[in-house]
Design a protein around this ligand. Sequence first.
Ligand SMILES: Nc1ncnc2c1ncn2[C@@H]1O[C@H](COP(=O)(O)OP(=O)(O)OP(=O)(O)O)[C@@H](O)[C@H]1O
Ligand SMILES: [Mg+2]
Length: 873
Amino acid sequence: MLFTNKKTAIAHNKAAALIKTSQQSAASVLASLATRTTGLTSAEAAARIEKYGLNQVITREKNSKLKLLGQAFLDPFVIVLIFLAILSALTADYDGAIVMTMMILLSVVLRFVQELRSQKASAALQKMIENTCTITRQNLTSERPMTSVVPGDIIELRTGDLIPADAYLLKTKDLFLNQSSITGEAMPVEKFAETAQALSADEASDNQVFDRNNLVFMGTDVLSGSGQAVILQTGSHTLFGDLAKLATQKRGATQFDRGLRRISRLLIGMMIILVPIVFLINALTKGDWTQAFFFAVAVAVGLTPEMLPMVVNSNLAKGATTLAKKKVIVKELRAVQNLGAVDVLCTDKTGTLTQDQITLMSHLDPQGNSDARVLQYAYMNSYYQTGWRNLLDQAVIDYGQATKHATLMTDFPADLHKVDEIPFDFNRRRLTVVVKNDQHQWMVTKGAFEEIMKISDQVEWDGQVQPLTPAIQAKMVNLNRQLNEEGMRILGIAYRLDVHEQATYQISDERHMVFAGLMGFLDPEKATAKQAIQLLQAHGVTVKILTGDNGAITQHVAGKVGIRDTSYLEGQALVDLSEQELAAVVEEHDLFVKLNPVQKARIIKVLQEKHTVAFMGDGINDAPALRQADVGISVDNAADVTKEASQVILLEKSLLVLEDGIIEGRTVYRNTMKYIRMTIASNFGNALSVLLASIFLPFLPMLSLQILVQNLIYDLAQMSLPWDHVDDDSLRAPTPWRTQGLLRFALIFGPVSSIFDLITFAFMWFVLQANTVAQAGMFQTGWFLVGLTTQSLIIFVYRTTQVPFFKSKAGKPVIVATIAAILMGFLVVFGPLQHTFGFVGLPNQYWLFLPVVVLAYLVLSDFLKEKLRIDLN
Ligand SMILES: Nc1ncnc2c1ncn2[C@@H]1O[C@H](COP(=O)(O)OP(=O)(O)OP(=O)(O)O)[C@@H](O)[C@H]1O
Ligand SMILES: [Mg+2]
């Protein structure tokens, strides 16, 4: 569903060249790249980096600064100002022109700097999460950053690796790739190291390149198996290099994005309807069409929510930077806002809820007695397998190495070597390794207890191999459950001797096995897990466990970390449910066990119909779920695909940071909403006031230049909003995007502010006698100051449900910015540029009126806010 139709986007010459290469032998491919299986020398690699550049696809980086600057200029506000400035200069009003030029520069520089900062913050965060790949150079194999790959490099591929660039396979072992990111096809594709056949004429299409078995492409990943490949092309020369980075296209628009767009449209719509009316009324009643036009344009600028994207971005960037200090890296900025909306957190078990230190505790025969041979079988299995080495394998190997490799394998001949393996997969939930010497071969399988049971028909019981009878089975199931209930994770071990002489083994060989015993692992919960989950629950987030492990052990962990409902549902039981039934059971249960990766993603998808869902996981089996979730959370030592599928990476083991992330997300949302609420109400109010003034006044209520200055001052003040303090009680519940209250809010508070505008008009007109065209300057100055002070101060009312100043204190930056805005207003009115802006001095009565009207406005608004129980969340 995500990348359908990508095929149409491939470049013909790139595809044709790759197809040609696929038909060459490995030797000639290596020769044409001037490389060899031992790898490039350091000097060659350095020269090639010079020549081909870093292996990255984003080329926009370079001109992004210019583009940002361009965007800052393209703002409607700036365009109108430029227009006005040119006009002023042409009409020899040089003072005006100079002031406007200053305003233009101020506005552009501020926007540019702020946007650049947001962008830099985001780029810096992305840099902290580096993908690596295994490169062989000068016969030495090591992990290097993916960006350092050059054509001719020899790379090793393993389960969970991302393919760093387009490459030609030299060796493969059951190598299955996931090409869905470029072809849209979800089925795994097996790849082989062999020269491809030439295409017949009617087959010759660019899309054939995906079916070339010996080629792998940037942007795809290894599902299972292993391989070796030589890099053909890097960076933007790869098949998909000219498309934007695939990973960034993963997620569609969120509710938040859509909501913002709706609001912008609403505000712009209001402007489009209103501005022509204002223009016509003023032109017809006052007769000066040019002035009426500029006035209308200035009103339009005033009603444009031009700061919205910037306020949102700097809010998000600020949230992300704060989280980075707590070792939570947000790769995509808007994930911060999504975090705030999350009301269900699904999590994997191992390594997320539990420590990533699994230890092997016991190796038991099927009757529960310690047995050294069981350990030796398991050790062989973990030691020789070449797929993704997960924590269970690591625990076995660590245990083996502690007892010394050589002294461990006492029950087996010393001359064993590996013949084959059948890699682990999450449907089979087991993994097989085959070893042999001159006399015998051993097929050794380990995996989930139930899966090993399925493939065994014999068992080592009372010291001999016996048929695995239902009675013995029942005893073993009992033993397994007992161990699980004690918190022990169990893997079963089985073997089969001398299966056949062929060198390659298949899944179908995993049968008639002898159940040899159990391996018990201890996987303690993270010290912070319980507290973290309690905090999440207290903040309205339900926690659910989605695991591939079995019910008993999951219940044990759930109990330890404080998940109350511990009834569980098995993956198999989900298969037959209709979407409707599924929707009901996902709400009911908190534990889902024996899930395969697709089932994890499916549960999340169903939950998303009613909830905003985060998923936290660290395995390659978690990638589909991480992609599906609204927020994918992973850890730094996870596999490449896993990290790539996530938007949030936890650098530290503590889970308490989850709470920080969620609070930060909610803060971002609240502070964004403050801006939106302010803008909507004041725009609506201003539109009303301007309309009425245009109808009844013989002159303009404010000059276009004055409106623009006012607007600039508000813009400056509002830039402080991301740093505002948010009331604790409004951070207690998830913050999904909600607009219901907004319209009501605008319809109440817009007119309220208009009433005070009208009071001001009346005062200026009747009391101060500013009722002729000659007195227009005084009228305009009077309204300018009232408008500026009320609109600057009203944020303190709108920003909280509580009594401003006394009960809820605003953040310092907001207080400072507000005072600065008011001072700036007074400076413009009474400073050296007074006449340039068309302002005049004001009589003494005005100074009695101003504080009264401002205070009355604030008090009434606050009163209404509480009386009408306006939802300010
Ligand atoms: N390396 C391995 N060798 C054999 N069996 C394995 C291996 N890794 C996992 N398994 C089996 O497959 C099951 C599912 O794997 P895994 O535990 O990684 O799934 P998961 O969904 O990530 O669950 P978890 O919550 O434990 O992380 C395990 O419970 C175990 O029985
Ligand atoms: Mg896992």
